[in-house]
Design a protein around this ligand. Structure first.
Ligand SMILES: [Zn+2]
Length: 738
C-alpha cells in the first residue's frame, strides 16, 4: 500500500500534479467552531504568545543569533508517546498493523528532520530548515498498564460520517497523542483530509484532542506530521482567519514570511517563488545590549512548509520548531506531561515494541446469487438456503501462523484451517455460534460470537389469527440484531404496551451516553418476524402494528423505521412500508427517556401486503434508523388481518367505524365491528342533514363487516356524515369527497 502511494505520487508529480486529488485540513473550521463555543480559547492563546515572546527574549541574545541559536542552544530531544485508533467497518479503512507501523515511522522521521526531501528546499530557505528534535513513539503500555503495540481498533458505522464523535476511547491526552483513522468525514468536515486541535482548543475539549485523518492520508504526503504541527500549536502559514490563496496572513512565526498560502498545486515555480506578500519582509529586534537589529527574511513564501497546503511539504522552519517546543513544555492542555520521564515510563514509549498474541476478528459476508455482499455485521437467512456465508479472517496485532474455525447449526467444520476465508451454510434453525481461534508465535486469541447468524425455519407460520404481543417467552422466532453492539438497539420491554399486557418491543434511540461516543445517525438495527404462509390470500391483507415514538428537545427529528419483506429466505429484502416524521415520532418531546403511559400515545400502522410478497414463506423485517435527537420508540400488537389496524383492532368495541379512503374521490369503504346479533344500519347524510343513502343489513355477529359507498351516492364534492347504528348505538364519521 505504501509503495503504491509512493508510485502514485511520483506519477502525479511527473504529470504536473493533479490538484483535485489532494484534500485540505479542517483545523481552522474546527478552530472557529470552538472559539464560538469557548471564547476563552483566545485568552489562552494570548498567554501562549506572551510565553513564546518571553522565551525568545531569553534564548536569543541578539538578532544574529536568531538564525542559529534558537536551535543550537536547545539540543534536548523530546520523546512523545502516541496511539493510533483505527475506527472501521471492516472496509478499506481497516488498515493493517504494518501499514500503521510504517506510517508512524515516517511521521517520526519528519519530527527528527530526517526526511530526505529537505534536500529539495529552495536556497532562500535552506538556512531556516528547523529540526523539531522530537521522537514520536507508538506506546507499548496502554492506560490500564497492559502491553500494547500502540494500535487499537474500534468497529463503528461512524467511520463513514466521522467527526469528533468518532473519536472512540481517547487515551489520556496528556499522556498520549491520539490519532484516529477513519474512512470518510461527516458534514462538519466534508472535503477535509484531516484535522487536529491546537493546545488552546484542547484545553477546553480534552476529550477530542488529537488528530483525525482519512485512511488514505494516514501515510500520504505529510498529512499527519502537518496535523501534529497543529497539536503542537502551529497555525497555517497564512494564519487561521481565512482559506488559502485569499489574503496575506501571518502565523506568528517570524521565519515563515507572510503569505496567502496555496491550494494543492505541488512544487510548481509559481508557488515556490511566490513573492505576493513577502517582498521586502524584514523584522526588527532589540539586541541584548539594548540596540536595534534587523533580520532580512526571504522575500518569498515558504511554500515548501509542512503547514502549507501546496502538497510540496518538505520542512518546518526554526521558528516553527521553537514554537512547537514551547507548546511541548507548556502546561496548556497538559502537553508538558507528554515528555516527562514518568510518562515515558508509564506509556512504555522508549521500550521496543513487544511481541503480543493476536486479536481474533473476522467479518462475514452473505451470498446473494453467486456473489457476496457486505451490507451488515450479522446475518439472517433461512436454513438450507442456496446462498451461503463467507467468513473472512481480519485478526490483527500479530502475524498469524494459523486460524481455526468452529461452526454450530449443522455447518461443515473446515477440514483444513484457513488463514483467510471460509464459506459455510447452515441446516439447523436458530442462532449460529461461530468460534475463531487466531494463533501466532506469541499465543492465541479466541473469539466466540453466539449471534453471528440467525438461521430461520422454512416452515411458514399461518397468519390467520396470528398476534404477537412481544412477551419474550413467545418470541423465540423473532430474532434481532444490534449490528454495532452499542446502546442503539431493539430489546424486549416490560412496563408499557399498546394492548394492555405491559409488554412490548423497545427501540432504544435515546442516547444514554449523552453524545460522548457520537451521533446515532448511520446506525441501524433489525427485528425479524418468522416466515408467514401467505400463499393464496387475495383481497386486502394487512401487516398491522402499533408504535409510540418520541424525541428529545430540538428540531429535525430524523428517526425512521422501514418495513421490508423477503420471499427468498432473507437473501434479499424489499421495502414495503415505513414510518418517519410525526407518523413515527407521534408524541411531543421529552428530555428524559420516554416511556408511553396511555393508549392514546400509540399510533396504529397498517401495510397492505403487496401480492408479490404473498408466498408460502414470507419474512418481514423492522429496520430502525436512529437519528440525531431521538428518544425511544416502542412497537407492539403485531398481527395480520384483512382489515387495517387503525380502525379495527381485535379489541375494538362494537360499532367502531372506519372510512377508507378518506378523503375519497372514487367511492369509499366503510369498515365496522358488528354487535351480538350482526344487524346494522348505515346512513349517509349530506352537509344539510339530508339522508342521501340508507341501508339495513345483517352480518356475521361480533365480526368486522365492510360496505362500499359508490361515488354515485355522493355525486357532489364536499363533506358527508356516515353513521353506523348497531344495537341502538350510533357512531358517526365525517367523509370528505373531492
Ligand atoms: Zn492544517
Amino acid at each position: 500500500m505504501l509503495k503504491k502511494i509512493g508510485i502514485t505520487l511520483i506519477s502525479i508529480l511527473s504529470l504536473g500534479f493533479s490538484a483535485s486529488a489532494q484534500k485540505p485540513c479542517a483545523t481552522d473550521t474546527k478552530y472557529w467552531e470552538m472559539v464560538k463555543k469557548y471564547p476563552g480559547i483566545l485568552d489562552l492563546e494570548k498567554q501562549f504568545e506572551d510565553q513564546i515572546g518571553s522565551n525568545i527574549e531569553k534564548t536569543a541574545a541578539g538578532a544574529a543569533a536568531r538564525t542559529t541559536a534558537i536551535s543550537a542552544s536547545d539540543t534536548t530531544i523530546f520523546d512523545i508517546p502516541m496511539v493510533v485508533h483505527i475506527v472501521h467497518d471492516y472496509s478499506v479503512e481497516n488498515l493493517s498493523d504494518d501499514v500503521i507501523y510504517e506510517a508512524a515511522q515516517y511521521w517520526a522521521t519528519v519530527y527528527m528532520c530526517q526526511n530526505t526531501d529537505t534536500s529539495g528546499v529552495i536556497n532562500p530557505f535552506k538556512k531556516w530548515v528547523g529540526n523539531p528534535r522530537m521522537r514520536l513513539h507508538l506506546a507499548t503500555i496502554d492506560p490500564n498498564g497492559k502491553p500494547t503495540k500502540g494500535v487499537v481498533r474500534h468497529m463503528s458505522y461512524l467511520t463513514t460520517v466521522a467527526d469528533d464523535g468518532a473519536k472512540f476511547d481517547p487515551w489520556p491526552q496528556n499522556k498520549y497523542v491520539n490519532i484516529w483513522v477513519i474512512r470518510t468525514f461527516g458534514a462538519s468536515a466534508t472535503g477535509a483530509a484531516a484535522y487536529a486541535y491546537l493546545p488552546g482548543m484542547a484545553a477546553y475539549q480534552p476529550y477530542y484532542d488529537g488528530v483525525i485523518v482519512l485512511y488514505d492520508y494516514a501515510n500520504y504526503a505529510k498529512t499527519v506530521p502537518h496535523e501534529i504541527g497543529h497539536v503542537l500549536n502551529l497555525q497555517h502559514p497564512w494564519g487561521n482567519t481565512n482559506n488559502p490563496a485569499v489574503a496575506c496572513g501571518d502565523d506568528h512565526v517570524d521565519d515563515t514570511p507572510p503569505t496567502k498560502g496555496h491550494n494543492p498545486v505541488g512544487c510548481v515555480a509559481s508557488a515556490l517563488y511566490d513573492t505576493a506578500c513577502a517582498t521586502g519582509y524584514l523584522k526588527h529586534y532589540r539586541t541584548a545590549s539594548g540596540g536595534d537589529s534587523l533580520v532580512d527574511y526571504p522575500d518569498t513564501a515558504n511554500s515548501q512548509n509542512i503547514m502549507d497546503y501546496t502538497y510540496c511539504q518538505e520542512m518546518f522552519t526554526k521558528g516553527q520548531c521553537f514554537r512547537m517546543r514551547t507548546a511541548l513544555t507548556s502546561t496548556t492542555a497538559g502537553r508538558n506531561n507528554l515528555i516527562t520521564a514518568a510518562n515515558l515510563s508509564a506509556t512504555g514509549a522508549l521500550a521496543p515494541m513487544p511481541d503480543l498474541p493476536p486479536v481474533a476478528d473476522y467479518i462475514m459476508n452473505r451470498g446473494t446469487g453467486g456473489s457476496f455482499v457486505s451490507d451488515d455485521r450479522s446475518y439472517f437467512l433461512t436454513l438450507n438456503n442456496s446462498n451461503s456465508f463467507l467468513f473472512r479472517n481480519t485478526s490483527w496485532n500479530d502475524t498469524l501462523s494459523d486460524v481455526q474455525w468452529t461452526f454450530s447449526n449443522g455447518a461443515s467444520t473446515p477440514s483444513v484451517s484457513s488463514l483467510t476465508t471460509v464459506i459455510n451454510r447452515f441446516t439447523v434453525p436458530g442462532y449460529v455460534t461461530v468460534t475463531e481461534v487466531a494463533i501466532s508465535n506469541a499465543g492465541s486469541d479466541t473469539l466466540v460470537n453466539t449471534q453471528a447468524v440467525y438461521v430461520a425455519d422454512t416452515a411458514g407460520v399461518s397468519p390467520w389469527g396470528y398476534v404477537q404481543n412481544f412477551d419474550p417467552a413467545n418470541c423465540g422466532n423473532w430474532p434481532m440484531f444490534n449490528y454495532y453492539r452499542n446502546n442503539f438497539k431493539w430489546d424486549f420491554y416490560s412496563g408499557a404496551s399498546a394492548d394492555g399486557d405491559g409488554k412490548c418491543m423497545r427501540y432504544r434511540s435515546f442516547d444514554t451516553t449523552d453524545k460522548t461516543v457520537g451521533t446515532a445517525l448511520g446506525d441501524h438495527d433489525d427485528l425479524f418476524t418468522p416466515g408467514f404462509n401467505l400463499a393464496g390470500i387475495t383481497g386486502n391483507y394487512y401487516l398491522n402494528f402499533y408504535t409510540s415514538g418520541c424525541r428529545i428537545p430540538g428540531s429535525g427529528t430524523t428517526d425512521s423505521m422501514e418495513i421490508d419483506a423477503s420471499t427468498n429466505g432473507g437473501a434479499q429484502w424489499t421495502r414495503i412500508g415505513g414510518a418517519s416524521g410525526t407518523s413515527l415520532i407521534n408524541n411531543t418531546y421529552s428530555s428524559l427517556e420516554f416511556v408511553p403511559t396511555s393508549a392514546s400515545q400509540w399510533v396504529a400502522h397498517a401495510i397492505n401486503i403487496p401480492t408479490a410478497y404473498r408466498t408460502a414463506n414470507t419474512f418481514f423485517r423492522f429496520r430502525y434508523w436512529p437519528g440525531d435527537i431521538g428518544n425511544n420508540c416502542y412497537l407492539d400488537n403485531f398481527y395480520t388481518y384483512q382489515f387495517p389496524a387503525e380502525v379495527l383492532a381485535p379489541t375494538a368495541a362494537a360499532g367502531s367505524l372506519k372510512l377508507s379512503p378518506n378523503p375519497a374521490t372514487n367511492g369509499c369503504n366503510i369498515l365496522f365491528k358488528t354487535g351480538y346479533d350482526g344487524s346494522a344500519t348505515i346512513m349517509v347524510k349530506d352537509i344539510t342533514g339530508r339522508v342521501v343513502y340508507q341501508l339495513h343489513n345483517s352480518y356475521a355477529p361480533d365480526a368486522i363487516a365492510e360496505e362500499t359507498i359508490d361515488r354515485s351516492v355522493t355525486p357532489v364534492a364536499g363533506i358527508y356524515l356516515v353513521t353506523v347504528i348497531i344495537n341502538g348505538k350510533a357512531s358517526t364519521e365525517k367523509l370528505v369527497v373531492y
